[in-house]
Design a protein around this ligand. Structure first.
Ligand code: F6P
Length: 542
């Protein structure tokens, strides 16, 4: 069996955590700092990262019990199983090897007895060669014009990862401008097309299955647009495919040299490391793309070989479980103090929520405890002027991850100091709060009414993790993304679920396809009363 079926709630550690929670639930984080080793024991310095876990509602005993939970759920063996290519994605009978795409040539990773490393290295060489040729003008459009724009057509994992990385690393941008079309919203397609010159644009159709309705619809619309502007023959110069479905690519009219493969052991939401990263390589150049892979590989080494009490993704996963399952927090926020990372929350929404939003365990039984939490967020300081009110003074406990960098990229140090002063201030404000006595004293000093006092109190004691990273670059971003990937894995193992399938997206797809038929034929099948009336209204449009 690739993964053991251990219900976390049956472990001794879970029972101990449940009892311990009662002792500690009202404790103050600030009091934990009386422990002289609080900072050293609750932080990890790794390469250019400083991960501070000390501002959390847990003490040494909690941490010990959480680590016991990880051990009793067989986490260390599970990590080995994943990296060695065991078929841990049992419901799809697949290995989970996105991390293999970060390999070096001397590695050996077996799937069904075959070493997959040479294939990965070949794919990488093809990405390099293709990106180099587009960038140096050897590959041109059908009329001989140099490519200036690339459009990634894909959705979900075939969009969110490449879009987030391209946006996050736009400081390192090549001469190409990248665009992303994901939603099956024709208005958006034409908003993008109207900015483009077809002669100098390359369209990359990214779909692991090459059956996804949104992607194929958008690709077909765009193909007709290109043909209307440049003629039928131009398709082979302007369309590239990334997919595992070779025959469908061929039917679409994309030539072999412009086709990049995908393996079934790379899940869509973890696929930036595979050929799905083509648009990234085009957008920032292959060397930078390779550094992204390197950063992730270093994070893999850390995850595989560090002791669990100093293991960044293990701690991220365990601390999140502590809030989710014991404090019953429904959500967690990710706040990056870099505008470059503005797409990180939507990327994490897919990777965390599509992976761990499961209610059946690895025994096929209904789960009676909470699994995947809701992840959301935005950049700081913007979010301070939006939803931070609720985090500071609302009724919900929302643990936050803060991500910030020591150095700005444009050397605008003065502004960076302002940005980062907010970063530090927010984590401190969440921790410390502001007492009624202090508020009253301030009001008195300003001769203001003390009636306002309760409204100005901050209860504080709100937990956060802080990731202070030297600089945003391809390598540090690669590590950061890989840490979140491994966090997902840790949580899935402990929650005893299968993190790498996504059956929950199927029902809506099926229904949409039959509703489309009803719209096109102006008929109405059996629906619930509300949906029937809605479709009827829609179908009455002129
Ligand atoms: O939303 C479901 C899903 O299967 C995702 O997991 C995947 O990333 C996305 O659709 C796109 O799939 P494909 O790459 O096959 O078009």
């Amino acid at each position: 069996m690739a993964l053991k079926n251990i219900s976390p709630t049956d472990t001794i550690a879970w029972k101990n955590l449940t009892n311990h929670f009662e002792e500690i639930k009202n404790s103050k984080i600030l009091d934990f700092f009386q422990d002289p080793k609080r900072l050293s024991d609750f932080s990890v310095s790794w390469k250019n990262f400083y991960a501070d876990f000390s501002k959390n509602r847990l003490d040494r005993k909690t941490l010990g019990l959480l680590l016991d939970l990880a051990k009793q759920c067989n986490l260390e063996n599970a990590i080995q199983s994943q990296f060695s290519g065991k078929k841990i994605n049992k419901t799809e009978n697949r290995s989970v090897l996105h991390s293999a795409c970060r390999c070096i040539a001397s590695d050996k990773i077996l799937v069904d007895g075959l070493n997959v490393v040479p294939g990965i290295i070949d794919d990488r060489k093809r990405i390099k060669s293709f990106s180099d040729k587009v960038l140096n003008g050897q590959i041109t459009g059908s009329t001989g014009k140099k490519i200036t724009d690339v459009v990634n057509i894909g959705i979900g994992g075939s969009d969110l990862g490449p879009r987030m990385v391209t946006e996050s690393l736009k400081y390192y941008k090549s001469r190409l401008t990248s665009h992303f079309i994901s939603n099956v919203d024709g208005d958006h397609v034409y908003e993008v097309l109207k900015t483009l010159n077809p002669e100098s644009t390359l369209f990359i159709v990214v779909s692991k299955t090459f059956t996804t309705q949104e992607t194929l619809t958008n690709a077909t619309t765009i193909k007709s647009w290109v043909i209307s502007k440049l003629g039928k023959k131009s398709v082979e110069n302007h369309f590239v495919a990334v997919s595992s479905n070779e025959s469908a690519i061929e039917n679409f009219g994309i030539k072999k040299e412009y086709t990049f493969s995908m393996n079934d052991w790379v899940g869509g939401r973890f696929s930036i490391w595979s050929s799905v990263g083509l648009v990234i390589s085009l957008s920032i150049g292959f060397e930078n793309y390779n550094k992204l892979l390197k950063g992730a590989r270093l994070a893999d080494d850390h995850f595989k070989s560090s002791s669990i009490e100093k293991n960044i993704p293990v701690l991220m996963g365990l601390i999140s479980i502590w809030y989710n399952n014991f404090f019953k927090c429904e959500s967690e926020a990710v706040i990056s103090y870099s505008e470059y990372l503005n797409k990180l929350p939507s990327y994490l929404q897919q990777s965390l929520m599509e992976s761990n939003g499961k209610n059946i365990d690895r025994n096929g039984k209904n789960i009676k405890y909470q699994t995947g939490n809701i992840v959301w967020g935005n950049t700081g300081t913007n979010s301070q002027h939006a939803f931070f009110q609720l985090i500071h003074q609302g009724t919900k406990l929302i643990p936050c991850d803060f991500i910030g960098f020591k150095h700005p990229l444009h050397n605008e140090n003065h502004q960076h100091d302002i940005l980062m002063s907010n970063f530090f201030a927010q984590t401190e404000a969440l921790l410390m709060g502001k007492s009624l006595e202090k508020v009253k004293a301030e009001l008195k000093a300003k001769s203001q009414s003390k009636e306002l006092a309760p409204y100005k109190v901050f209860k504080g004691n709100i937990p956060s993790n802080t990731f202070l990273i030297d600089k945003l670059n391809p390598e540090s971003l690669g590590s950061l993304i890989a840490f979140y990937e491994h966090k997902i894995f840790v949580q899935g193992i402990i929650w005893n679920i299968y993190s790498y399938d996504q059956w929950g997206v199927e029902l809506g797809k099926q229904l949409a396809s039959s509703v489309l038929n009803e719209i096109e034929t102006k008929t109405l099948e059996n629906h619930d009363p509300s949906t029937s009336r809605l479709i009827k209204f829609y179908n009455t449009k002129e």
